[in-house]
Design a protein around this ligand. Structure first.
Ligand SMILES: [Zn+2]
Length: 97
């Protein structure tokens, strides 16, 4: 178990209990929780799974970019069809047809 950023064992246990052992973003049970803290202001925000921690870290905590990424994923229906997906769809259609 990691104990960094001045987090005591009691605080760690309290955060885990408050989140019911689930990642604060994806609600999946955390095997190896990561402490998430605001890189610009410092305070600890909560515990995240590795994937979510890496995800927001990749955007360097830029809320605007994170919102834009979410919007993009939700709304870009796809302009271009990649070859591998064309093949996958053809196989699925053949199986279903
Ligand atoms: Zn997560």
């Amino acid at each position: 178990m990691k104990r960094t950023y001045g987090v005591s064992a009691e605080m760690w246990d309290s955060m885990l209990l408050k989140q019911s052992g689930l990642c604060a973003i994806c609600d999946i049970p955390m095997i190896n929780p990561h402490i998430d803290y605001c890189h610009t202001q410092g305070p600890i925000r909560g515990l995240l799974c590795h994937r979510c921690n890496m995800g927001i870290g990749g955007f360097e905590d830029d809320y605007v970019l994170l919102r834009r990424a979410a919007f993009y994923c939700e709304n870009s229906g796809g302009i271009f069809q990649a070859k591998k997906f064309e093949n996958r769809n053809s196989e699925r259609d053949a199986q279903n047809g």
